[in-house]
Design a protein around this ligand. Structure first.
Ligand SMILES: [Zn+2]
Length: 377
């Protein structure tokens, strides 16, 4: 049986960038699970070459615990790596590879914890889930969760092993991503009254985004987050063809990172109303606001059974919240599972060159998972 470092080396060698297939990693994980006495329950995906995997150990009845992680990683394009990002390389006490922290370290720990566990002692099931396309906006896992929900699947709780430096995280914000599309009319810039300037419409919409930020900052706040309010942000803007042409199109990519429980439809309605007003006041232009992605926030009670299990297993009484999103909100919303986030490594090392995790972090995760699984005996 490989140890967790060896297992991480095996998983890191599959270049499962979100744009590419994750099939080889999933087949490898499924084999490891079968060899360890587990049963592959679901191997499903809604796209060619992309798979979710769900497997279970122990009895088929009773409220078990779900351990889950995403199998995809972000690209390495344009990053200056000191070693091959798809070959786990130890340097100065650090294990470098794409996904080492985010989040193949946890996937490796899931597989070896299941392999170590005495399956015959389980009185309730241990479930493992591997998802795909998390890095594209938590896209892949939705299909699996919908199927499980339709079958009435339930469990005592779920742990998503995103890198939290081993901290027990009970909440994160949700994220709504969208596009503000401003349509104008082209004309020679020497006679701008004949056209409608889409970039100017976009400028007005940027002002609306800023005004909305000011408004939400006067409302709900949660000081557990570094930025304690819902945030609105414009990340990309594209418009215009040449300086002497009145631009007929401009788009703003924006996001709303919202506190759990925030009514994003009300915020969107305000943006859409503003767009309609600005379009109507223009010389024949229009503004529409389209949603491109949305995943919910997460808010799990400190008193929840899974929170208490995770706190005991990690030997702490501190819980926290994180700024970045995870699939946890979807587990909670779709399956009604009490869900926490807890995994090895750091999000600060993720998505960058020379991403790494340490042997100590992996060993701590091994001990944590052994304790969690022991609650199922
Ligand atoms: Zn991740």
């Amino acid at each position: 049986m490989p140890n967790t470092v060896e297992m991480l080396a095996a998983l890191a060698a599959f270049p499962t960038i979100s744009a590419d297939s994750n099939e080889s990693l999933i087949r490898f994980a499924a084999q490891s699970i079968t060899d360890s006495g587990g049963h592959v329950q679901k191997l499903v995906g809604s796209e060619p070459g992309k798979f979710n995997l769900m497997a279970s150990f122990g009895p088929a009845v009773g409220a078990g615990i779900v351990l889950s992680g995403h199998s995809d990683v972000v690209p390495v394009t344009g990053q200056a790596w000191q070693s091959n990002p798809f070959a786990l390389t130890e340097r100065d006490g650090r294990l470098h590879a794409r996904g080492a922290s985010d989040m193949k370290g946890f996937l490796a720990a899931m597989l070896t914890a299941a392999a170590r566990c005495e399956v015959a002692k389980l009185t309730r099931p241990l479930h493992l889930i591997f998802s795909y396309d998390e890095e594209l906006g938590c896209l892949g896992v939705r299909d699996l969760l919908a199927r499980l929900a339709a079958e009435g699947f339930t469990a005592a709780g779920a742990i998503i092993g995103e890198p939290t430096e081993g901290r027990v995280i009970t909440g994160h914000k949700g994220k709504l991503a969208g596009c503000i599309c401003c349509r104008g009319r082209a004309a020679h810039s020497a006679n701008p009254a004949l056209g409608c300037n889409a970039i100017m419409l976009a400028g007005e919409m940027l002002g609306e985004l800023r005004a909305l930020q000011t408004a939400v900052a006067g409302g709900a706040r949660d000081d557990a987050y570094p930025f304690p309010f819902t945030s609105l942000h414009a990340g990309r803007i594209k418009g215009g063809v040449a300086l002497n042409i009145v631009p007929d199109y401009c788009e703003i990519e924006f996001e709303i990172r919202h506190l759990p429980g925030t009514d994003t439809s009300a915020l969107l309605a305000r943006l859409r109303d503003a767009g309609a007003r600005i379009g109507a006041a223009s010389n024949g232009g229009s503004v529409t606001v389209d949603i491109t992605n949305h995943y919910p926030g997460l808010e799990t009670a400190r008193g929840a059974a899974i929170t208490q299990i995770a706190l005991r297993a990690s030997g702490t009484d501190q819980t926290g919240k994180i700024g970045f999103g995870t699939e946890g909100g979807l587990f909670s919303e779709t399956l009604g599972l009490e869900t926490i986030i807890c995994g090895p490594g750091s999000i600060d090392r993720a998505h960058k060159a020379d991403e790494y995790i340490t042997r100590d972090e992996l060993a701590a995760c091994d001990a944590f998972l052994d304790q969690v699984i022991a609650t199922l005996f």
